[in-house]
Write a protein that binds this ligand. Structure first.
Ligand code: MN
Ligand code: MN
Length: 303
């Protein structure tokens, strides 16, 4: 990996680590979810990065992909288990990191299981190691605590301006799983554990979108054209949310109609919220790593 590129990955990681730590401190009963997310997204820019995706704040049985929409007044409930997942990019080079804040001591052990799963997995990663080894490590640590890994969520490769770059590292051992860590590549490792059955399904709420393609032959309204051009220039293929559109495009009702139409026509991808199937409580931790010839840098960890 070129020195300049590595520097940008490390800088994105440094910013993501600081912002995640600061945002996690703000999670408390009664605090508005949107305030935590807007704080995180603002701090990313203040520290010299750009959000690589909207701040995800997923409560209890919601595992991922929830970011507050415009006018969302919801707050952190009593005894909540809150996953904060932050993405930062510097010139397109991404850091993806997450933590869990537990407000009910009964779920401390659940969080501990995931923290240890991530730690043990990271100890094993180096060039040439099979993804299977990491999946197996994550699964066995989580099971040793008496919880279930979420089998249909997992780590992933990252690329410039691409959060999910094709390869996945599931949270449970699958003997058919192929693939191994390559030098010069970047990955996120993200174990999820639950008190439930260990499977997420899509909920009915969509709060996050990304551009899919711009070249479809469809008749668009002038507003839809303008919004599509804005998304393409501002976010490229990175995920975004309606909170980020209202600042420049105004009227949220108009934006919502356009988002739904553009998604239906195939211009945009929707990322529905992911909810644990049996409504079990979910915990998650995540770090981004750069795999080099003879070492591994965890960009989002403290040195
Ligand atoms: Mn993440
Ligand atoms: Mn990730």
């Amino acid at each position: 990996m070129e020195e300049e590129v590595l520097k940008k990955y490390i800088e994105a990681g440094r910013i993501a680590r600081i912002v995640l730590e600061e945002a996690a401190k703000r999670v408390d009963v009664g605090v508005k979810l949107v305030d935590i997310c807007e704080y995180a997204e603002k701090r990313i820019v203040e520290l010299g990065g750009q959000p690589a995706f909207p701040c995800n704040i997923s409560v209890n049985e919601v595992a991922a992909h929830y970011t507050p929409r415009v006018g969302d007044e919801s707050t952190v409930p009593e005894g909540a288990v809150v996953k904060l997942d932050i993405g930062v990019h510097v010139d397109g080079y991404i850091a993806d990191t997450a933590t869990t804040v537990v407000l009910d001591p009964a779920y401390e052990k659940l969080a501990e299981a995931v923290r240890e799963a991530l730690e043990k997995a990271l100890e094993k990663v180096r060039k040439g190691v099979a993804f299977y080894t990491i999946s197996k490590t994550i699964e066995s640590v989580i099971r040793s605590y008496g919880y279930k890994p979420i089998v249909n969520l997992g780590g992933h490769s990252l690329d410039r301006y691409v959060v999910h770059a094709g390869e996945s590292i599931p949270n449970a051992a699958d003997p058919l799983l192929k693939g191994s860590f390559k030098a010069g590549k970047v990955y996120a490792i993200e174990p999820f554990a639950t008190t439930g059955v260990g499977y997420v399904e899509e909920g009915d709420i969509v709060t996050i979108y990304a551009l899919h393609q711009t070249k479809l032959r469809r008749r668009l309204t002038p507003f839809e054209k303008k919004m599509l051009a804005y998304i393409a220039s501002k976010f490229r293929t990175l995920p975004f949310t309606e909170r980020w559109l209202v600042k420049d495009l105004g009227d949220v009702d108009k934006i919502r109609v356009a988002l739904a139409r553009l998604a239906k026509m195939g211009f945009l991808i929707q990322y529905p919220i992911l909810v644990e199937k049996s409504r079990g409580i979910v915990a998650q931790f995540e770090h981004t790593i750069v795999v080099l010839e003879d070492n591994v840098i965890v960009t989002t960890a403290k040195e």
